[in-house]
Design a protein around this ligand. Structure first.
Ligand code: FAD
Length: 511
């Protein structure tokens, strides 16, 4: 019996090409031809073309695919990303000013036992450093416009954790090139119809260009159109708008003032009346977008907010509005079809979870893939794990909003108890008397670790009262020495590491 299976991926955005390249590499299809992988992509329907911010997991993915880091950066106009600066998200009750905080990718430094956090919490609030600055030197390095690594450090490694900002249209091209080199067959054509068999599974898909196409497994990467999982198979969509209010984005690209303008190695996320803007420095231009809730502002107001943020130059710029519904499909794998990317779900751009969820889905498809027997054997497990992960991401994203003291209706509504998921409310209650730790989260179901929660929580000014347990933390003197060491590492690193702009120039000039 010939057990060679066929996978047909429909859609050629980040999801489609990343799935194609990853599965081709994982199954080594070029060498052993255990599987056939075909990707159908419409020349008439474009890709969404947003999603410039990533998470450090992307480095392992690109490395696994055998991609050269410097070449990849040149081909996608990429820069380094060391975290996110949240401007104006915090409003201090003391002076009513809006303030910023930083979410670095680098985990906090640790002493033995409970780590540094309890000692930071027990320090004098009026004089202590911001949490992210006290426990790592990445904030200092990034804010000094330094790179996370030196030129001679190898591909995908460096002394500080990092991800990238890149042009997502160019990323799809790089991934397509790699996938094809790894043995993926590419068909240009548009899906016009789907025929189901008597069990309700996909029997074949219809195209004008290539007639009917069949496969053992269909991967729906058609973006928000969700041609297979949504339109053909009617997998229910679960909106999470009761927790996450934003549902529109207005975006644009702007050139730098001067060719040598500094490039930030972090995303700047600035809070506004009814949402927040992202501001991402790529090579040659900045990508900017305002993400907002249509229940709290109008498109015209949102556009005015975006233009005000950009300043006088904004009046020459073309903008684009992208509507979305935050949520996910409760069944992402249905019979012989599995959704990857926007067709499966999307929360909102905060913390760049779009590509992360694509990485999660494709690695699970690869590991759970049945080489014989029913193709839908992994469906129940896949769906359970994906839904839990989405729900956990909702908690993490909501944390950013739920603690804000800003006064506009969007922000007040975000703190209404009914808008906070139950699990997050429970955790916030517990965190009043002890900080988040690894036992709060099950690693395989999470995209964010306990320290990511700590950065947001204490960046937003949350109070954990440890005063009753002061005597349980007797190593204050040692902790103070570590805090001092982090400051001096930071001083050295800002001298030793090159400027972000200079490193980018060097990488680009090598090509
Ligand atoms: P798309 O890019 O839309 O691709 C769909 C593909 O399907 C296209 O190739 C199209 O031609 C094809 N197709 C559609 N219909 C048919 C058909 N009938 N026949 C054949 N082909 C068809 N993610 C992040 O990680 N970081 C971010 O900072 C981030 N920011 C975002 C901001 C916004 C406003 C939005 C909406 C999303 C953002 N995302 C972000 C998510 C990210 O953009 C997506 O996860 C990623 O681009 C994957 O998209 P996709 O491949 O699923 O869909």
């Amino acid at each position: 019996m010939n057990s060679k299976r066929n996978i047909l991926i429909v859609g050629g955005g980040t999801a489609g090409w990343l799935a194609a390249a990853y599965l081709a590499k994982f199954f080594d299809i070029g060498e052993q031809q255990q599987l056939n992988i075909t990707l159908l992509e419409s020349a008439d329907i474009g890709i969404i073309g947003v999603g410039e911010g990533t998470f450090p997991t992307i480095r392992n993915t690109l490395k696994f695919l055998g991609i050269d880091e410097a070449k990849f950066m040149r081909q996608t106009s990429a820069t380094f990303k060391q975290g996110i600066r949240f401007a104006d998200w915090v409003k201090t009750p003391q002076n009513g000013q809006h303030e910023h905080y930083f979410h670095p990718f680098e985990a906090p430094f640790y002493t033995e036992g409970a780590g540094l956090l309890p000692y930071w919490l027990l320090q004098d609030e009026a004089t202590r450093l911001p949490f992210a600055q006290a426990v790592t030197f990445q904030k200092r390095v990034a804010e000094a416009q330094r790179a996370p690594k030196r030129p001679h450090e190898g591909d995908f490694t460096g002394p500080l954790n990092y991800a990238y900002h890149f042009d997502s249209v160019k990323l799809a091209h790089v991934l397509a090139e790699r996938a094809k080199a790894l043995g993926v067959r590419h068909l240009s054509g548009t899906l016009k119809g789907v025929e189901l068999d008597k069990t309700g599974a996909i029997d074949r898909i219809l195209t004008h260009e290539h007639g009917a196409l069949t496969a053992d497994l269909y991967i729906d990467c058609t973006g928000f159109r969700a041609e297979l999982i949504g339109k053909a198979l009617a997998a229910p969509f679960h909106s999470v708008r009761q927790y996450l209010f934003t549902n529109r984005a207005i975006t644009c690209k702007i050139p730098y003032d001067r060719p040598d303008s500094p490039i930030e190695s972090y995303t700047v996320s600035t809070a506004h009346e009814a949402g927040w803007t992202w501001d991402i420095g790529l090579d040659g231009m900045r990508g900017i977008g305002y993400v907002y809730s249509s229940d709290h502002t109008t498109d015209a107001h949102a556009e005015a907010t975006l233009r005000r943020y950009i300043g006088p130059k904004s009046y020459e710029l073309q903008t684009r509005v992208i509507p979305f519904e935050p949520g996910y499909r409760t069944t992402q794998w249905v019979k012989n079809c599995v959704a990857v990317g926007l067709s499966g779900g999307f929360m909102e751009p905060l913390e760049s979870t779009g590509v992360v969820m694509i990485e999660v889905a494709i690695s699970m498809i690869a590991e759970l893939f049945p080489h014989n027997g029913p193709i839908d054997a992994p469906a129940a497990r896949f769906n359970e794990l994906m839904v839990k992960r989405y729900d956990n991401i909702i908690n993490f994203l909501k944390l950013h909003y739920a603690l804000s003291q800003r006064e506009e209706p969007f922000w007040r509504d975000n703190t209404e108890p009914a808008s906070v998921p139950e699990r997050l409310s429970e955790l916030l209650e517990q965190w009043r008397y002890r900080p988040p730790n690894r036992f709060d989260f099950l690693l395989d179901l999470e995209s964010f670790a306990f320290f990511n929660y700590q950065y947001i929580l204490y960046g937003m000014g949350f109070k954990t009262d440890l005063s009753g347990g002061r005597s349980n933390f007797p190593n204050a003197a040692e902790a103070e020495r570590v805090f001092a060491r982090i400051i001096s590492f930071g001083e050295r690193a800002t001298k030793d590491l090159p400027s972000h702009r200079a490193l980018i120039r060097q990488i680009y000039d090598q090509g």
